[in-house]
Design a protein around this ligand. Structure first.
Ligand SMILES: Nc1ncnc2c1ncn2[C@@H]1O[C@H](COP(=O)(O)OP(=O)(O)OP(=O)(O)O)[C@@H](O)[C@H]1O
Ligand SMILES: [Mg+2]
Length: 380
């Protein structure tokens, strides 16, 4: 074997102790605090819409919207925890639609929650739904279905089952309550028309946090997760302000606190300094460009696009284009008329995948033209 004796040590074994971060798990993305600060009113409003279900009545179906990091998911999880303790008549089922992106996936998730044993041979979605209805009647329960990040099933046009589901109460005596969540305010306009009219979603917005509220949120996390005296009020304020600058985003403010603490530890500093926070804020701002992020998110989404739409999206991944250049680029790849290409673009725009703006016309109105770009998917 080689001569290890004289080799420089590759691993530092002297101290593996964290000097600033005491409980790193409190910064992990799926950590759920036991309380949502400054969200009591929002939680009461949502709970009031659900409460009739506990008394055997209909739920006011809701659409909760609000910018990224405004506490929608956190509040909903806290509400569901309480609902579980309050009533055996209502089974709450939380679904993140990116993880369960089709009607079939959601039906399976519900079956699992009802402990339904489904046969091995593949059942059609309608058959699975029938079994769910039977089980609900046998077990005498109503279901509160929370569809977080609803965008995923709306973009895939998988949302029409919501019509059947909301009708099931009237037609079959099986009650469903629906709470849909998204950070896209206009999403309901893209919802399957029949589903939208039968659900009669009542919209409710989570407003962006202000600096004071963000300070309270960051302060609480610092108190619980960091070693005392390794941070001060100035650091809390700097993190809160950074989150405030990004639409009142608590997730971002907390992430900046976490990364700054890591940086200060790496520097062997006794405490988090403003320079750590500034550096982290800069890093966050230099994250992959919007274009690159969009690229990744489009690939990940596996949107249900036809070949022509895929060609259009791929061209726009490299950046926005004026309509004439876009037509040329498309024409080089497939035989389609301008009118046909325009139709595809209109559809993509209606689905919230593409956006367009008109160039300022200047003196000459003939020069006015449309510029097409991919619409950023999800904030963050
Ligand atoms: N009021 C609050 N009190 C304590 N922590 C909060 C509060 N609001 C948000 N957070 C923290 O910020 C993070 C982001 O919140 P949450 O996931 O609920 O945002 P969201 O509105 O669902 O955002 P998105 O639209 O991106 O899904 C959570 O991890 C949570 O720990
Ligand atoms: Mg969320």
């Amino acid at each position: 074997m080689g001569d290890v004796g004289n080799m420089a040590k590759l691993f530092d074994t002297t101290s593996s102790e964290n000097t600033i971060i005491a409980k790193e798990e409190l910064f992990h993305p799926d950590y759920c605090p036991t309380e949502a600060l400054h969200r009591q009113n929002e939680m009461e409003t949502v709970a009031a819409a659900i409460e009739p279900m506990i008394h055997g009545k209909a739920c006011t179906n809701m659409f909760i919207c609000g910018a990224s990091g405004t506490g929608k998911t956190l509040c909903m999880k806290l509400i569901l925890d309480q609902l579980k303790e309050s009533s055996a008549l209502v089974t709450p089922i939380y679904v993140n639609c990116w993880d369960y992106p089709t009607k079939m996936a959601i039906f399976y998730k519900i079956s699992e929650a009802l402990s339904l044993i489904l046969p091995r041979r593949g059942l059609a979605a309608d058959e699975v739904f029938e079994r769910i209805l039977d089980a609900m009647k046998k077990q005498n329960i109503a279901i509160l279905l929370v569809l977080d990040e609803l965008d995923s099933i709306v973009f895939r046009k998988e949302d029409s089952f919501l019509y059947t589901m909301s009708r099931a109460g009237l037609d079959r005596g099986a009650r469903f309550g629906i709470v849909a969540i998204s950070n896209k305010k206009d999403l309901t306009m893209l919802l399957d028309a029949r589903a939208a009219s039968s659900l009669r979603l009542s919209s409710f917005e989570f407003k962006e946090y202000n600096v004071e509220q963000l300070k309270a949120i960051v302060l609480e996390r610092a108190t619980n997760a960091l070693v005392p005296k390794t941070w001060d009020a100035e650091a809390i304020e700097a993190c809160a302000r950074a989150g405030f600058g990004k639409n009142g985003n608590a997730r971002l403010a907390l992430e900046i606190l976490w990364k700054s603490a890591q940086l200060a530890e790496q520097r062997n500093s006794a405490k988090i300094e403003l320079q750590d926070i500034e550096e982290v804020v800069k890093m966050v701002e230099q994250r992959p460009s919007r274009g690159q992020r969009k690229k990744v998110s489009f690939q990940a989404q596996g949107l249900n696009l036809c070949e022509e739409e895929k060609i259009l999206v791929n061209i726009l991944l490299d950046g926005e284009l004026p309509s004439t250049e876009l037509y040329e680029a498309v024409a080089a790849k497939m035989k389609k008329s301008k009118r046909q290409i325009r139709n595809y673009l209109q559809l993509l725009e209606a689905r919230g995948i593409v956006e367009s703006k008109e160039t300022s016309s200047g003196a000459n109105d003939f020069l006015k033209m449309k510029i097409y770009a991919l619409k950023p998917q999800g904030a963050g």
